[in-house]
Design a protein around this ligand. Structure first.
Ligand SMILES: *Cc1c(COP(=O)(O)O)cnc(C)c1O
Ligand SMILES: [Zn+2]
Length: 451
């Protein structure tokens, strides 16, 4: 059934080393049909033409009237060439910047010239998810999908809804009840998605959407989709590009469903394998304390990739305990409010590849960090600010050295979640709160207030 033909340069392979079943890219699978594990999109690099050095990708800036060269995903298409150019979908994603930010660095006790913020809020739907959707929808076009679906904490639904109508696909998004940030919900509705609000949390939605997609043959756009992760690799290429084709010492990323961290590790592994970079940066993955499955499993239960032989019993017991306690994750960073991350094993692989570490930060730390990014940077949503809060920990611990170059991935736009922002500034009295001042309708009184 759709087994890989060895003439195909791109193919899918099960991540379980005891199975390692291979399939062609013309199939829509999302999990290994033989053992149920996650799949990778892989390439036979001998059959793919890859630039001799990374800076060759930069030459495409000169031909950006070509829609693929304009895209910050497809500019790097040689690294994710699983479909024909005619199927490649783009709405101008990946025009994002790496901002060197001295003021934020100083606020968290870092050498000022060492901190870089990769601001993914500049994407068409306002989050990094668009990088993944450009690739996944290209695969959807390649296999002739007509309808698609996703479960979402918010940004996935916004991105899916936007790409779906751009490609002419019908689209259903599943969200948990009462958890979604208003900016994101408004996008899903405005972009015309059928929005189904399930009485449950994200993890419940994730389980339902997989069964719905299987039963109805809908194309699934969660990060279980290996082609989505291929698009997200390009965030790392762009960081390297903006550092003058140099690799930073650290990448810091929030951890939710763990798609980004999984994609980033794969990106660096491949670049190193191809000799396009000389070393792989370290990675820190930051959970919220109210949704810290990865942190708990890695730091307390010592769960590790172990050459692909991950101790499934540890995971099963952990999840059984969550179920027994009727546990539901809680954090103001709704984008990472996930307790059963679907890409857990791929993330463990990234930790292995990147000598990675995991930390958890409180909501209070997230909100303070978000206010710092707002005041001194381009702003971001709560989940993104977890990276800055986590970095502060790592500097205090001495894990990140003062001379090391750090790139934090700011995953989403500040307008995604205005409620958290207004609440922090008006009601909470946080360290950086900047509440509006009430004034009488009187000129003299008003003038007295101006600082
Ligand atoms: C989806 C999302 C995350 C979580 O990313 P994963 O790849 O699921 O770990 C973090 N921040 C924002 C803004 C997101 O939209
Ligand atoms: Zn398998």
């Amino acid at each position: 059934m759709g087994k890989r033909k060895h003439t195909d340069a791109a193919y899918q392979r099960c991540i379980n080393p005891d199975c390692a079943a291979e399939f062609d890219c013309g199939q829509t699978l999302f999990k290994c049909p033989e053992c149920g594990e996650l799949l990778d999109a892989l390439y036979d690099w001998d059959k793919v033409e890859v630039p001799g050095k990374m800076s060759d990708f930069g030459k495409r800036w000169a031909t950006r009237d070509n829609r693929l060269d304009f895209s910050g995903v497809w500019r790097f298409r040689d690294m994710l060439n699983f479909c024909a150019d005619s199927h490649k979908v783009t709405i101008g994603e990946g025009q994002t910047i790496l901002q060197q930010n001295c003021a934020v660095a100083e606020q968290i006790g870092m050498r000022p010239d060492r901190l870089y913020l990769q601001y993914e809020g500049l994407n068409p739907s306002g989050s990094f998810k668009d990088n993944g959707m450009a690739a996944a929808f290209s695969h959807a076009m390649m296999v002739g999908a007509k309808s698609c679906a996703c479960a979402s904490t918010g940004n996935t639904s916004a991105s899916v809804a936007l790409y779906a109508h751009s490609c002419g696909l019908r689209c259903t998004v599943f969200i948990g009840s009462g958890r979604i940030a208003f900016g994101k919900l408004s996008q899903a509705m405005d972009y015309g998605a059928q929005t189904i609000q399930i009485q449950g949390d994200f993890d419940d939605c994730m389980r339902q959407v997989q069964d719905v997609c299987t039963k109805l043959g809908l194309y699934l756009l969660n990060s279980l989709n290996p082609f989505r992760l291929e698009g997200q690799k390009t965030i790392m290429y762009r960081i390297i590009e903006q550092l003058g084709w140099e690799v930073p010492d650290w990448i810091i990323v929030p951890g939710g469903n763990l798609g980004n961290s999984s994609a980033f590790g794969k990106a660096f592994y491949e670049l190193k394998e191809l000799g396009l970079i000389e070393r792989i940066p370290r990675m820190a993955i930051i959970n919220a304390t109210g949704a810290d499955t990865l942190n708990d499993l890695v730091n307390n239960k010592k769960l590790a990739w172990n050459d692909g032989k991950v101790d499934q019993k540890v995971i099963d017991e952990y999840y059984a305990d969550l179920t027994a306690r009727n546990f539901s994750p809680h954090t103001c960073a709704s984008a990472i409010e996930i307790s059963r991350p679907v890409n857990l094993k791929k993330c463990l692989r990234t930790i292995d590849i990147c000598d990675g570490i995991v930390r958890a930060v409180t909501d209070e730390e997230i909100c303070d960090a978000k206010a710092i990014v707002g005041k001194y940077g381009l702003g971001c949503e709560p989940a993104s600010a977890a990276t800055i809060a986590g970095l502060r920990h790592l500097i205090t611990e001495g894990v990140v050295g003062t001379d090391e170059r750090v790139a934090c991935v700011l995953t989403g736009h500040p307008l995604k979640d205005p409620n958290v922002t207004v609440n922090y500034h008006k009601d909470k009295q946080g360290k950086f709160s900047n509440a509006p001042i009430e004034a009488p309708n009187d000129l003299d009184e008003i003038i007295k207030l101006i600082k």
